[in-house]
Design a protein. Structure first.
Length: 200
């Protein structure tokens, strides 16, 4: 088991809360990320959403300085007391989402964990390391993002996991489901993206 330092920013190990895990480069974090997290919080009836800024993304160019991105996520989320920001990926030297989920399962085994992601990530999910093992280890909530609505039907993930998909109106029971299980949540769309902010 990976040793976790006492200064790690993580939920209490004894928690039985319904926790959404929201990872990404957040380069920079913006209102679209808030929209995804807030929608998941409401529709899945979560107790908290934990944000996990990643030190690096193997599928993207090297992100900007970690400490700057981490601080920016803290600023973005500070008005919502149910949002928390974790440094565990940096502290533990993690590179892949599957390893992060394994660590969280070990750390808070009684919590109901859900992975949260925007619909834009669904098209490339099959490129993530151990993506099928990841899908079998944690329920997944996909929140609609503009321009990627068809991903819920035509992405490789959606096709392979079709029989494990919950109806949209059953989103609130997702945290209690045994993986693989996932739901696609349509929602009013926020058009802002990190790419546009970096290149604008």
């Amino acid at each position: 088991m990976l040793h976790i330092r006492s200064d790690a920013l993580l939920p209490p190990s004894s928690t039985r809360a319904r926790i959404g895990m929201f990872g990404g480069s957040f380069d920079p974090p913006h209102s679209g990320h808030l929209h995804v997290a807030s929608t998941a919080m409401k529709r899945l009836q979560l107790d908290a959403v934990w944000w996990f800024p990643t030190p690096g993304n193997p599928l993207k160019e090297a992100p900007s300085d970690y400490e700057e991105r981490f601080a920016a996520v803290q600023v973005l989320t500070k008005r919502n007391r149910d949002f928390r920001v974790s440094n565990i990926e940096k502290q533990a030297g993690l590179r892949y989402t599957y390893d992060l989920v394994r660590l969280m399962r070990q750390h808070c085994p009684h919590a109901d964990l859900v992975w949260i992601m925007g619909g834009d990530s669904l098209m490339t999910f099959h490129y993530w390391k151990d993506w099928e093992k990841l899908a079998e280890s944690i329920p997944i909530a996909v929140i609609a993002r503009p321009g990627f609505e068809l991903a819920s039907r035509f992405s490789l993930f959606a096709k392979k996991m079709r029989r494990h998909r919950l109806a949209n109106n059953a989103a609130s029971i997702l945290p209690q489901q045994k993986a693989p299980a996932w739901v696609y949540v349509p929602a009013p769309l926020d058009p802002i993206s990190s790419t546009a902010l970096r290149t604008g």
